[in-house]
Design a protein around this ligand. Sequence first.
Ligand code: TMP
Length: 209
Amino acid sequence: MSNIFAGKFIVLDGPDGCGKSTQTGMVSDWISCSGAEVVSFRDPGTTVIGEKIRDILLDRAHESMADNVEVLLYMAARAQLWKENIAPALEAGKCVIMDRWISSTCAYQGCAGGFGVDKVIRIGSDCLERVWPDVTVVLDVDLATSSKRMDRELDRMELKGDEYHRKVRQGFLELGDIEDSVTVIDAKNDIETVHKDVVEAINKYFEGA
Ligand code: TMP
């Protein structure tokens, strides 16, 4: 019997400091235990080209980068990741767990940067083979909680300021209203509680599948 997670595309996303990298690892372990083959990638990054684009995007020296340039670079890294890693994994029946996807471009550049969420989705539709995954779980945290979790040197995106990051959070919250495959959960709790909620959100989505 085939595993319900075989060939499924799952994204964890949210504001900086929401804990999604930790939760991505925990979800990967949980789905592996169910018997599915799981691979996990980060966006932007993973591919050689994507990691170079990531360096350009996060370099603090590139303060003057325009919002539309950000959109195109994030989208370019994502298109490469799809071709090199995601598409072959899905075709092989693996479950793909992503640390960020187009939901981030909608919240950061589309909403906080003022580029427009509709325009982000339009560009994604034109240049990606798949815009929305099977399910996107957004880990919601307030600014005070996320700032406490980021006690390290910040990159160019993280340095954009409180007002920008408040809008990023708002962008993620609003995505739940415009796209059915996006589920928002409260990520303020401890790691185990958040994991339980993520598992519940994913199970709910695949119920009856
Ligand atoms: P990460 O540190 O979570 O890997 O993400 C890198 C940074 O890039 C983070 O601040 C969020 C930001 N970002 C965007 O602004 N737009 C995007 O489309 C993606 C994927 C990330």
